[in-house]
Design a protein around this ligand. Structure first.
Ligand SMILES: [Zn+2]
Length: 218
């Protein structure tokens, strides 16, 4: 089934579940998932009409979104590279002028080889940046590690900082902002005015960066 919103065809599927409220989810392939209560009290068409503004905003977000990896290309430090697979004994990745060369051996998937490469690169980069911002702010985390997670950064009450293991795909300015953001959480464990004014000292354009950050997905 599909519906048309401002000229855009959106395919949708409906699931009936034991839920009290309806849920809408727009997937990156523009497929809309609708979850409705089993009792039939809500109609999909009505819900869509009601949520049209939300849907339009989500469509616009998707149109502006950047897929970091699509099997043939990959982003690295904000630049898109073509992936070149080379058969070799060693598993490693090399960034050349126009390509990211993957030396493949055995059955390991290209995506997994690249993920490992990105994780190593991310860790190295965020450790260096953490040192830099820790020096500037005198805020020192208990530990810094990388993780395969949805968000780009995370800071715990125990002063442990985690970064997304694919962060190195993003432009440097954005990575630096994510690092700085998490370090400032060591002082302000919220997004209060004081938190923001401290962030602004290092990244006056942080609002723009926040917005841009939302575009990227794997
Ligand atoms: Zn935050």
């Amino acid at each position: 089934m599909f519906l048309k919103i401002r000229g855009k065809e959106i395919y949708y599927k409906i699931k009936y579940k034991k839920v009290r409220h309806a849920y809408l989810k727009l997937n990156p392939n523009y497929q809309l998932e609708i979850t409705l209560p089993k009792d039939g009290s809500l109609k999909a068409e009505e819900l869509i009409k009601e949520k049209e503004k939300w849907l339009l905003r989500k469509i616009r977000e998707l149109e502006n979104s950047v897929k970091l990896f699509d099997g043939e290309t990959i982003y690295y430090k904000g630049r898109r590279y073509k992936i070149k697979v080379i058969k070799d004994r060693n598993q490693r990745v090399r960034v050349s002028k126009n390509f990211i060369e993957v030396y493949k051996f055995g059955k390991k998937k290209i995506e997994n080889i690249l993920r490992e490469f990105l994780a190593d690169e991310t860790l190295e980069y965020v450790l260096e940046k953490t040192r830099e911002f820790s020096n500037k702010t005198k805020l020192i985390p208990k530990s810094v590690s990388i993780k395969n997670m949805k968000s780009f950064g995370h800071c715990t009450r125990e002063r442990k900082i985690f970064f997304n293991s694919k962060l190195i795909c993003l432009p440097k300015r954005i990575i630096d902002y994510v690092v700085c953001h998490e370090i400032i959480h060591l002082q302000h464990f919220n997004h209060s005015k004081r938190f923001k004014s401290k962030v602004r000292k290092f990244f006056p354009e942080y609002k723009k960066l926040e917005k841009e950050l939302k575009k990227y997905h794997w």
